[in-house]
Design a protein around this ligand. Structure first.
Ligand code: AMP
Ligand code: MN
Ligand code: MN
Length: 323
C-alpha cells in the first residue's frame, strides 16, 4: 500500500471516529476555503458525525459564496465552540486560522488538510500535497475513503474550490489530475454554468467601480517588469464595494502583457495587505515569506505595517527588474 493511500485511510478513520468536529479554513476566506469547509462538513454530516463549520474571520460567508449549500451554517470561530477534533483546511500555519487558532491548538486532535508548499505540518495527521490544485481537490480524493459515493452537494462545493484556485482552470496548477477530478465532480452533479455564474458573473456595481479605480491606478515599476495598483478604505466608502469583493481584483491587472509580477496593495490606516501574482515563473511566494507572509510560487500575499509608500519601498526591490 502506498504511503498516500495509508494517509488517506488514516485521515478518514480519524474523522469518522470523532464525536464532534470543528472545520475551519484560513482568514479572509476564498473559494477554496469556503468550498472545502462546506464540502467536508456536508460529507461528514452524511456519515453521522456532528460537525461545526467555522470562519477564521468574520461571521458569515462572503456574499459570492453565500449560494453554496450550507453557507448559512457557517459560524464565527469567536462563538463558544467545543470539539474533540479540529480540521484545518487550506491553512499552512496556525496563525492563518485567525479567530480559530486557539480552538485548533487546544483541540484533543488536529488534522491538517492543505496544498500550500510552506505548510508547517502542525497536526497529528497532515494530508498536505502541494501538487494538489486546491484543498478541495484533496477532499475529493478523500471522499471514497470516507465511504461516500460522489454526490452533487459535495461536488458543487469542491468544484467551486477547484475552479477558483485554478483561476477557472487557467493557472499552472491546472494539472491533468485537477481536470480529471473536475470531470468527476461534473459527473456527480456540479453544474458548471450555474457555479461559474454565481462566482464570476454576479458582481455588484460597487465592485465594478472598484475595478475601474484599480485599473485607473495601474503603475509600472522595475523597468516595466512589475505592474501594481492600490486601493484604500476611502475606495470602499466611495464605491460601495465590500472588502470581501476584492478576492479576484488582482486578476484585473495580472492580464497586462510584458510583466513578470503583479501586486495589488490594499491600504488601511496603519497597514497594507499585499497580493502578489507571478508570471513567467518568478517565485513570489519567496518574496511574500521574506516580508512575513506566505503562499504559492505563483500566488502569494502578506500584510505589513506601514504606508503605501513604505511598503512599496520594501517590496519593489524584491521583485524582478531585469531579464
Ligand atoms: P491572496 O493574494 O490573498 O489571494 O493570497 C494568495 C495566496 O497567498 C494564498 O495562497 C494565501 O494563502 C497566501 N497568503 C495571502 N496572504 C497571506 C499572509 N498574510 N500570510 C500567509 N499567506 C498568505
Ligand atoms: Mn485559499
Ligand atoms: Mn487553496
Amino acid at each position: 500500500m502506498s504511503g498516500r493511500t495509508e494517509l488517506l485511510e488514516q485521515v478518514a478513520e480519524t474523522l469518522l471516529a470523532a464525536e464532534s468536529i470543528a472545520i475551519c479554513a484560513h482568514v479572509d476566506p476564498d473559494g477554496d476555503a469556503i468550498g472545502s469547509t462546506l464540502g467536508l462538513a456536508h460529507l461528514l454530516r452524511g456519515c453521522g458525525v456532528a460537525v461545526t463549520p467555522l470562519l477564521a474571520s468574520g461571521d458569515r460567508a462572503p456574499a459570492t459564496y453565500a449560494f453554496l449549500p450550507g453557507a448559512d451554517t457557517l459560524q464565527a470561530a469567536t462563538t463558544n465552540v467545543t470539539c474533540d477534533l479540529f480540521v484545518a483546511l487550506d491553512a499552512p500555519d496556525p496563525a492563518r486560522l485567525g479567530d480559530a487558532r486557539d480552538l485548533a491548538l487546544n483541540a484533543r486532535r488536529l488534522v491538517v488538510i492543505d496544498h500550500h508548499p510552506d505548510n508547517k505540518y502542525y497536526g497529528i495527521l497532515n494530508l498536505v500535497d502541494e501538487r494538489a490544485a486546491a484543498t478541495g481537490e484533496l477532499l475529493w480524493e478523500l471522499l471514497p475513503y470516507l465511504g461516500c459515493a460522489p454526490e452533487s452537494i459535495a461536488a458543487m462545493c469542491l468544484f467551486t474550490a477547484l475552479m477558483t484556485d485554478t483561476g477557472r482552470f487557467s493557472y499552472g496548477n491546472t494539472t491533468p489530475a485537477a481536470l480529471r477530478h473536475a470531470a468527476e465532480m461534473i459527473e456527480a452533479g456540479a453544474n458548471v454554468v450555474d457555479l461559474y455564474r454565481h462566482v464570476y458573473e454576479n458582481r455588484s456595481r460597487g465592485a465594478l467601480a472598484l475595478v475601474a479605480r484599480t485599473i485607473g491606478r495601474l503603475t509600472f515599476a522595475n523597468a516595466g517588469h512589475v505592474a501594481y495598483s492600490w486601493i484604500d478604505t476611502n475606495d470602499f466608502a466611495e464605491t460601495g464595494a465590500l472588502p470581501e469583493e476584492t478576492e479576484n481584483l488582482i486578476d484585473e491587472i495580472r492580464v497586462v502583457s510584458g510583466v513578470d509580477a503583479v501586486a495589488l496593495l490594499k491600504v488601511s490606516h496603519d497597514s497594507v495587505r499585499v497580493s502578489l501574482r507571478a508570471k513567467n515563473g518568478y517565485d513570489v511566494g519567496l518574496v511574500a515569506r521574506t516580508l512575513g507572509g506566505g503562499g504559492h510560487a505563483a500566488a502569494a500575499g502578506f500584510t505589513r505595517a506601514g504606508s503605501l509608500e513604505s511598503v512599496l519601498g520594501e517590496l519593489l526591490p524584491l521583485l524582478p527588474s531585469v531579464g
